[in-house]
Design a protein around this ligand. Sequence first.
Ligand SMILES: Nc1ncnc2c1ncn2[C@@H]1O[C@H](COP(=O)(O)OP(=O)(O)OP(=O)(O)O)[C@@H](O)[C@H]1O
Ligand SMILES: O=c1ccn([C@@H]2O[C@H](COP(=O)(O)O)[C@@H](O)[C@H]2O)c(=O)[nH]1
Length: 728
Amino acid sequence: MLSSRLIAATQRAPMARHLARSAQASRQFPRAQLRRAHSEAPKAGAGAPPKQPLMRASTALMWTVTAIGVGYFWMNEYAERLDGKEAAPNAAISRAIGDAKTRASEALETGKAKAIDATADSRTKAKQQAQEVTNAVVSKASALKHQADEKIDSAKHAVSDKTGEASKTVAAAKAKLQGVKHAVDDKVDAVKHKAEDLKSAATEKAQALKSSATAQVDAAKGQASDIKKAAVDKATAAKSSADAKIDDAKKALSSKSGDAKEKVQELKDSASSKADAAKNAVQSKADYVKSKAGDAAKQAKDKADDLKSKAGDVAKQAKDKAGELKGQAQEKVDSAKQQVGSKVDDVKSKTGDLKKQVTDKASDTQKKASEKGSELKKQADDKVADVKKQAGDKVDEVKNKAGEIKKQAEDKAGDVKKQAQAKVDDVKDKAGDVKKQAQAKVDDVKDKAGDVKKQAQAKVDDVKDKAGDVKKQAQTKVNDVKEKAEGVKKDAKDAVESGKKQVKSAADSAKSAAAGAAAKAGNGAEEPAEELNLEPLADDTTVVFVLGGPGAGKGTQCANLVRDYGFVHLSAGDLLRAEQNRSNSKYGELINRYIKEGQIVPMEITIALLHAAMKGADSSRFLVDGFPRKMDQALKFEEAVCPSKFVLYYECPEQEMLKRLLKRGETSGRADDNIESIKKRFKVFEDTSYPVIEHYKKQDKVETVSCKQSVEDVYRQTKEIIDKELQL
Ligand SMILES: Nc1ncnc2c1ncn2[C@@H]1O[C@H](COP(=O)(O)OP(=O)(O)OP(=O)(O)O)[C@@H](O)[C@H]1O
Ligand SMILES: O=c1ccn([C@@H]2O[C@H](COP(=O)(O)O)[C@@H](O)[C@H]2O)c(=O)[nH]1
């Protein structure tokens, strides 16, 4: 209504038309604004604030009111001007203007009211639209958020899956590494076992070689020993056969002349020394073979020990190598483990970072909606892909490294195996060499044993030949002696008769002397020597007193002198023992007691026995052994029997004499060759017998011989003295 009137008024006046257009324009503005806002709202929902349509409606309302106000102002202005210049001529116009004023005022009021209504309406609508837009925007945002959440969840799952996969891959890589480690360990163990086997095989071989060498050496020793035994047996048999022959010859010749005796003695000595020489030769050969066998055994043992120690070294080297290899493999495995661990940590930390970034991004996404979500997802995917790729690369790297380690371990194991094989071959070669050397030694020993056997056989044959010769000679001698025996039989008979007489007279002298001595012994004093009534001996009788401590070697040296100088050896001790053992001897018991106690038997008995023996002897040269042992004996003998030519004194340390006597006591059967008797004899020698030697020393009749040397050396000295004293 306002507009139609305004249009009518405007048609009537330019001012009114202008006002009408303004009012119409004012009415149309809010609607256009709202329409535009409405149409734009869905599009702007993503970014425009929801209050904008309301503001636009308010602005339109304000413009409408302003337009109406401006129109009303201009209308009044125009009316006043009309009132001032055109009132009179045109009352109708004035009325119309008044009317228009009123109507305008009404219209203004109505417009105001309508504008207020329209504003309220449009505000409500705007509110509704804004609400709708807001709802749409919120729901869109919520949908987007939901989508973003889903995408984030999915990204999270993807990340988690990827992380799980990465963990699995890492675990698989670890398992592979473990497998490689086990494989390396197995290889190392195999190498170790191989080395152990090689060592024990080498040790066994060395042991077998040693046993074989020892057995061969033992066999050689046994052969040598058998040869020696056979040779010794043969030599002994030859000797005993020769001895038997000699004994036979001796028996046959025993009652014959001193020449025959000497010959027999010579033959005996010669056969004996030859047998001794053969024995010694066999012994020294056997010793040589023994020592060679011992050397061969020692060399074989040394070689075996050397082999053993080399095998030990090889095993140790192989063990060390295996240990070194194991250590290297362990180091590599540890390093790979460390790398994998650090990569896992890295992946974990990256995953953590990623999670954080994802969470941060998620909150951003919640604010910035889907692009960020997709971007984040893309980043997450990229990261995951990166991580996956890195993990894959690492796994490949680890795999490669594990492969390399495995290959290195295999190469090393191969090298060690080759080295061990080379060592084993070397040991085998050396063992072969040692075996050859041992075999050569054994052959050598065998050859030498064969030689020794031959030599021993030759010696035995030689001894046999010589024994045969001796036998022949002995036989010849026996025959010779037999022939002479008949001739001398009568002489012998006479000699026996004469000897019997001498023995009887000596026995009688001894008897009377012993009776006196026994009586004296019972009284504690000795029988006077004057009671001895002895026949004088030949003028050329030569007596050498042989003195010295018990066991000094007097008897041994006398035997040699008998052999070489034709002395008659009279041992006072032997004569006393013979008398002691003689059946019906009245003094047997007494002599036995004195000898056991190491005491000096009463001189009458001993001198009578000596004298009788001298009387019955074929020779006038006497070695009186072990007499005089007391001063009265010395004085009496020289007065009643014969003065001595000189004294042969065998000087010997007590310790040496003790040793010799104990040794002799093992076989002599003498009642005084025991420690108690020996001690007593030493005491008697020192107290009673040595003064006799001093007595003769004063007369410068003593020739001293040191007995510490061998029998031969002592005899050499003895001979010199005899040659000098007897001027031979
Ligand atoms: N020079 C020596 N070296 C080593 N042993 C010896 C030597 N002379 C003798 N013998 C040994 O010492 C032991 C004693 O020797 P022998 O019988 O000749 O001594 P003796 O002086 O006559 O003794 P006794 O006065 O007791 O009759 C004997 O077994 C003998 O073989
Ligand atoms: O003039 C002598 C010589 C020896 N005896 C006794 O005989 C033993 C053994 O003498 P050997 O010379 O050692 O064979 C001696 O101990 C004395 O008891 C003797 O009484 N008178």
